[in-house]
Design a protein. Structure first.
Length: 146
């Protein structure tokens, strides 16, 4: 019996080693699409700080450095309220960042519009992005005098 156990242990170790060595992680250096929420930044329509348009005044917040990259937002103020939040920068260094931000940024934007402040809930799985978003949003709100 002890020989069978030893043989089984050696065989299981060999199979596990083969599986481990054949594992191929995804390549994070490949160019990936930036988060969908950054579409306006890529198209060059990012608002300038303190510009006034027909729908209100757009104020850009400071970029907030996070562990995975900067987060920056701009708000459009109309009638003394936040009418729109645009994401100018968000971490997009790899596919996982993009997946997280594609899910988190629309939620954060909706929260900001509902709360009309930077006192918004953190999105689960996007803690660093959420905290950076809130800091940049607060900066924009302060600049807008709200």
């Amino acid at each position: 019996m002890p020989i069978r156990r030893a043989l089984l242990a050696v065989l299981a170790t060999a199979v596990g080693l083969v599986l481990l060595l054949s594992f191929k992680p995804h390549d994070v250096s490949q160019a990936a699409q930036p988060p969908a929420a950054l579409a306006q930044k890529q198209s060059g329509t990012a608002p300038a700080q303190g510009t006034t348009g027909t729908t209100g005044t757009t104020v850009t917040g400071d970029p907030a450095d996070t562990r995975w990259g900067p987060v920056q937002v701009a708000i459009t103020v109309s009638g003394g309220k936040i009418a729109e939040v645009q994401v100018l920068q968000a971490p997009d260094g790899n596919r996982r960042d993009i997946e997280i931000n594609d899910a988190a940024l629309p939620i954060l934007t909706q929260e900001a519009l509902s709360a009309q402040s930077a006192q918004i809930d953190t999105v689960s799985g996007a803690t660093y992005t959420s905290e950076g978003y809130a800091r940049s949003l607060q900066s924009a709100i302060d600049r807008a005098g709200l």
